[in-house]
Design a protein around this ligand. Structure first.
Ligand SMILES: CC(C)(COP(=O)(O)OP(=O)(O)OC[C@H]1O[C@@H](n2cnc3c(N)ncnc32)[C@H](O)[C@@H]1OP(=O)(O)O)[C@@H](O)C(=O)NCCC(=O)NCCS
Length: 151
């Protein structure tokens, strides 16, 4: 198992990882249509577009991509771990990688827009809740918890 930089050839597997994890885990906190819309925004093509404006890293296990995370400015984004591998320390390793990257860039504080289901994970990683934010993505309602961590 290793963390490495995202390569364009990972786009299809990364898209599958994000879409399937969203569908499994977000259904308990967001309306079905919102989850479907969010998943549609993570097609291979859209992921390739994301790489122009953020750094993406993946956790590779043999030929599979089992985790992904990104850093855009001081915001940690796109953290997803394949549900079969939850609670095995993979999210923690991906998060550490982003904290190290942020440190190298002299960033003093990182933020996340946490899904309700990931809040306890982020708390465990040293993040503090700032506030709950009600948002809409192209008309689809959802909410997230803005959290921050000094580094
Ligand atoms: C959030 C997520 C990335 C965590 O990944 P993970 O690999 O399972 O996390 P780890 O195993 O590294 O967890 C580290 C610690 O965080 C805490 N934690 C992780 N998931 C938790 C959960 N569902 N409930 C409570 N605590 C949790 C635990 O304390 C855990 O340590 P422990 O297992 O030794 O008790 C993963 O659950 C996920 O992909 N969720 C769906 C997508 C998502 O919501 N992503 C965030 C978008 S903002």
């Amino acid at each position: 198992m290793k963390i490495r930089k995202f390569k364009p050839k990972d786009a299809r597997k990364a898209s599958y990882l994000i879409q399937s994890t969203m569908k499994k885990t977000f259904k308990e906190c967001y309306p079905k249509k919102t989850v479907e819309f969010m998943a549609s925004q993570r097609s291979p093509k859209k992921i390739l577009e994301l790489t122009k404006v953020r750094d993406l890293y993946v956790m590779q296990e043999e030929e599979c991509i089992i985790g992904i995370v990104g850093l855009k400015g001081n915001e940690i984004k796109n953290l997803f771990v394949n549900a079969r591998y939850h609670r095995k320390g993979i999210g923690r390793k991906l998060m550490r990688k982003m904290i190290d990257l942020a440190k190298k860039r002299k960033i003093k504080k990182v933020i996340v827009h946490s899904s309700p289901v990931a809040m306890d994970f982020y708390k465990n990683m040293g993040f503090k809740k700032i506030r709950k934010v009600n948002a809409k993505t192209e008309g689809h309602p959802f909410h997230y918890i803005l959290m921050e961590r000094k580094i």
